[in-house]
Design a protein around this ligand. Structure first.
Ligand code: PXG
Length: 456
């Protein structure tokens, strides 16, 4: 521990990190991030790093936005906290509900507040089942989700998600969940056209509904684009067919928009990008640009009308549902996004540039395929792209690449052998140029590393 700084020592001794092998981390010490501005973060050693992940897919407006700090400060001085349980509300919560409703698709105009994406998902799971109970069909309680989906880390979220590594820990899982395949064309279906494969994957939902029995199914849930699963961009044919099948069997359609929401895909919500009208959507992350923890579920008329007409409490909520400080920061985030036309800028200007740079990078010998939409991308690293041969399991290609990135001033996230980019939505063309110069350099270093290891 002698090589560790004071903060690292304290951290190693007392702090248990999420999704981390703590024993190993404690030996080498966590990287300490000290400050941030725009699209850059700085670590304790003074290294300036371009944040190609917007924190954890959330700091959409970039770091150092004084307006957000100021509304939080003012709100803390006026009303730092009051609950929304016992027939009370507060100005920021009510205004934020209205502001969210102004940007959600379709009739998703009723807003339930939570503090994290996981809590929003938990809320949706309870609400979907409660809806069917109100309708006199409590047996309609099966939730259908997908392999390699990420829906959070609470027991409910981990159970609903399709991550094997999570299912192995903390079992037994929540019952009443069924799963279908993911629409990962490059990895699982490229012997078909994308269009055809999208339909095949969507029809897996119909097969599952028939297997479970249509009258037992409450809802289908999916991320418009799978984020933590590696940025899996579905074929265009996929979501419309999913929506058609949900309608055919009268099943609630839920979009988990925790990553896709708030401009990431070039529209306010991923559901708009794919032309679907879900019955409920979850949101978090970009809702406050990551400045404070806040999440929400937007509920459409079908579920909201039933809930409101039903003369009974919905026995669900969190101490901090509608927290006035978090709500005021989220409200300001939406105001800034509207004023600065962030969504339009992503769609018309910066995403096309991002895609051009990705297309250029795709000639790199390690990159087999790039999935991209709006300002998010996933790159499959392959041992031999011509024959589509992956690296063997003992070569942790993603981690090798991620470490080179970190050491060379760039944050790119690795999920398995896929490298992920999800930069702040305010990133400029010049900053993207810098990002892609660094990315190519780090891919070259990765290539050199695997050659040295004899893995190529
Ligand atoms: N749904 C989706 C689609 C998410 O991406 C959650 C729910 C849960 O949100 P909270 O706020 O409870 O974390 C998420 C979160 C990663 C990573 O490694 C992704 C997330 C969280 C942590 C890590 O890519 N997404």
């Amino acid at each position: 521990m002698s090589h560790l700084t004071e903060i690292q020592k304290e951290d190693a001794q007392y702090h248990l990190h999420p999704f981390t092998n703590t024993g190993r981390l404690n030996k080498k010490g966590a990287r300490v991030i000290t400050r941030a501005e725009g699209v850059y973060i700085w670590d304790e050693g003074g290294q300036k790093i371009l944040d190609g992940m917007a924190g954890l897919w959330c700091v959409n407006l970039g770091y150092g936005r004084k307006e957000l700090a100021e509304v939080a400060y003012e709100q803390m001085n006026t009303l730092p906290y009051y609950n929304t349980f016992f027939q009370t509300t507060n100005g920021p919560a009510a205004a934020l509900a209205k502001a969210i409703a102004s940007v959600t698709p379709g009739d998703l105009n009723h807003i339930f507040f939570a503090n994290s994406g996981s809590e929003a998902i938990d809320t949706i799971m309870r609400l979907a089942r409660h809806y069917w109970a109100i309708k006199g069909k409590p047996y309609r309680n099966v939730l259908i989700a997908r392999d390699n989906a990420y829906h959070g880390s609470t027991l409910a979220g981990a159970s609903l998600g399709g991550m094997g590594g999570m299912h192995k820990q903390g079992a037994p899982l929540v019952p009443g969940i069924a799963r279908i395949r993911q629409p990962y064309w490059y990895g699982e279906g490229s012997d078909m056209s994308e269009e055809e494969f999208g339909l095949v994957c969507a029809r897996a939902l119909e097969e599952k509904i028939l297997e479970v029995g249509p009258d037992n199914v409450a809802a289908f849930i999916g991320e418009p684009i799978q984020g933590a699963g590696g940025v899996i961009v579905p074929p265009e044919s996929y979501w419309p067919e999913i929506q058609r099948i949900c309608r055919k069997y009268d099943i609630l359609l839920v979009a988990d928009e925790v990553i896709c929401g708030f401009g990431r895909t070039g529209n306010w919500f991923g559901s708009q990008t794919y032309g679907i009208e879900p019955d409920m959507i979850s949101m978090a992350k970009g809702l406050s640009s990551g400045y404070l923890p806040i999440a929400a579920v937007a509920v459409g008329n079908r579920v909201a009308d039933a809930l409101i007409a039903h003369d009974e409490d919905f026995n669900h909520g969190y101490t901090y549902s509608g927290h006035p400080v978090a709500a005021s920061v989220a409200l300001k985030t939406i105001e800034i996004m509207k004023e600065e036309k962030i969504v339009e800028r992503v769609r018309d200007k910066i995403a096309p540039y991002f895609h051009k740079k990705l297309d250029e990078l795709a000639d790199h010998p390690l990159i087999g395929h790039v999935d991209k939409k709006g300002l998010v991308a996933g790159m499959a690293l392959m041992k031999d792209k011509a024959s589509k041969t992956p690296f063997p399991a003992d070569v942790d290609i993603g981690i090798i690449c991620r470490d080179h990135c970190f050491n060379n001033g760039l944050i790119m996230r690795a999920t398995g052998s896929r490298m992920i980019l999800s930069p702040p939505l305010v990133i400029t063309e010049a900053e993207l140029d810098e990002l892609f110069i660094k990315a190519r350099h780090c891919l070259d270093l990765t290539l050199a590393s695997v050659q040295e290891m004899g893995a190529l």
